[in-house]
Ligand binder design. Structure first.
Ligand code: GLU
Length: 514
């Protein structure tokens, strides 16, 4: 059915609805906002996941609550080695560090579902005892047959709930023969509508379209639905903010809460995140993984800003918002139900804006100095690069480069590596090469000169025009070559400013002594 938007969704209402009556986790009071990001480590963190984590983080911080990372790792066959660690690394990289997590621990741990099996088994047992769940002995062959029959008659495959009707005696008989079984939850008919904080009133009579779902698999592990409900309850989760693809599962989750006698959290489903042309963000395009952006020199602030600029949770779109500003301005009520279209082509521009802000901030500039030093050393070998040199370059290039890695391009290599130009090459260009270099050294060492582009341009022009044999433009090419080893590129004044007077003098003198 079409979701109906709520007329009024004030935040006070959102929070007032929270107050859960029962929770199991000791050490956490029943009231207050607690949200969780619950990825399955079956892959690395991608843009969709980061968006869900970010909105949970913003909602928690806006409301003085806690943000939990819980790993839903019960599907053992699909685990990807290293993914669990990497997901937490990437959240930390993005600055949306969880308050409670596998790495950090917390009062409701452990935070990996594979370490909480007793809780799920106890919940499943409670459901079996009350008759809300049953053991299903159907063989994979029978289930496959049901599926084939449904497909042949163009029906959606669903389990026919056959084992729901086994007598106690039949169950005992099968158990005594050690017949393998799973546990299924009885979906009761006529699920109540629920109020999603984004999509409004939703009614989904799940029992009329699905068979009873498995809650404990043959290997004793729970399925997503049971584990998710048990953990949201036992971790005192007050609000579940998750992707709209889970909206359809919520009716099932609410039936589980009802059967277990627990009060459910509030649900807020976030619209899908799509490419700007409306196509699905595919995990096969390697560039949706967060690691890719971290390794390519993007700032996390730029990525978060871009994600929040596709129409959800804010009064208006605005470039350049930092995480603190995002927290201040975030408003769950402003979440739209339209799919969010992500324009990744804008990322370099977002990064340019954030890089400028980082260069302006003293603390963040320090971080950039360290990062850039490492990048340069990785690219050009173990050079000695003093802080002032790197800082000067950052300040001068501010607003002109999108990423720190842009400063590693061949055009900027002169910033990091002293050129070695053979004397003959210089002298073959002009017999006045030494004179030109000395003239420039005198200019750079003259304390009465203010070291600006204007001064350098003016002085170079007037001094080099006095040369007898060399044209002004050739003299400039020669100086560029001495300073950078490149005949073409930025202006001589720009190079001198970037290198600073001391380094420029060293380079000019080096060429003189060659
Ligand atoms: N483990 C689910 C996922 O991978 C969690 C969904 C939810 O937040 O309930 O997205």
């Amino acid at each position: 059915m079409r979701p109906v938007l709520l007329g009024v969704r004030s935040l006070s209402r959102v929070l007032e609805l929270a107050a859960p009556a029962r929770r199991c986790c000791s050490g956490v009071s029943g009231k207050g906002v607690r949200v969780r990001f619950a990825p399955s480590p079956t892959g690395f963190l991608h843009l969709g996941g980061l968006r869900t984590a970010l909105y949970n983080y913003l909602f928690a911080k806006k409301n003085g609550g806690s943000f939990i990372l819980r790993l839903e790792d019960t599907d053992r066959s699909r685990l990807v080695p290293g993914a669990a660690e990497s997901i937490e690394d990437m959240l930390e990289w993005a600055g949306i560090t969880p308050d409670e997590s596998p790495r950090r621990g917390g009062p409701c741990g452990p935070y990996e579902q594979s370490r909480r099996l007793d809780l799920y088994r106890a919940a499943a047992q409670a459901l079996l005892d009350s008759g809300a769940a049953y053991r299903c002995f159907c063989t994979p062959q029978r289930l496959e047959l049901l599926k084939k029959e449904a497909l042949r008659s163009r029906q959606t495959p669903r389990y026919d709930n056959r084992c729901r009707h086994l007598t106690e005696k039949q169950v005992q008989e099968k158990m005594s023969r050690d017949s393998p079984y799973v546990v299924r939850f009885c979906l009761s008919k006529g699920a109540q509508p629920f109020q999603d904080l984004v999509y409004g009133w939703i009614q989904h009579d799940v029992a009329s379209v699905e068979g009873d779902p498995v809650i404990i698999k043959g290997d004793g592990f729970p399925t997503y639905h049971l584990a998710n409900v048990v953990d949201d309850n036992s971790m005192n989760v007050s609000h579940v903010l998750r992707g709209a693809e889970w909206l359809i599962s919520t009716a099932k989750h609410l039936l589980l809460y009802q059967a277990l006698g627990w009060e459910p959290p509030q649900y807020a489903h976030l619209p899908l995140l799509l490419n700007k042309d409306g196509t699905k963000l595919s995990k096969r395009q390697g560039d949706i993984f967060i690691q890719h952006y971290a390794q390519s020199g993007y700032l996390s602030d730029a990525l978060l800003d871009l994600i929040t600029n596709c129409g959800s949770g804010f009064t208006e779109n605005q470039m350049g918002r930092t995480l603190d500003t995002l927290i201040q301005q975030y408003d769950l009520e402003k979440t739209s139900t339209h799919s969010a279209l992500l324009d990744l082509d804008k990322l370099p521009e977002f990064n340019r804006i954030h890089l400028t802000q980082w260069i302006d901030g003293a603390e963040t500039r320090e971080q950039l100095v360290t990062q850039l030093r490492t990048l340069v050393q990785d690219a050009y070998g173990d050079l000695v690069l003093d802080k002032e040199h790197i800082e000067r370059i950052l300040l001068l290039r501010k607003g002109h480069v999108c990423r720190l890695t842009d400063l590693l391009s061949p055009a900027y290599s002169y910033l990091w590596v002293r050129p070695s130009v053979p004397g003959e090459q210089l002298h073959s260009l002009s017999r006045e090469a030494s004179e030109i270099a000395s003239m420039a050294v005198r200019l750079l060492q003259d304390p009465s000169n203010e070291f600006t582009a204007e001064m350098l341009n003016g002085e170079l022009r007037s001094r080099l025009h006095q040369l007898k044999e060399t044209k002004f433009s050739s003299a400039m090419t020669l100086l560029r070559l001495m300073l950078s080893g490149q005949e073409h590129g930025p202006s001589v004044a720009e190079m001198m400013l970037s290198l600073g007077p001391q380094e420029s003098v060293i380079r000019l003198q080096n060429t003189l002594s060659n």
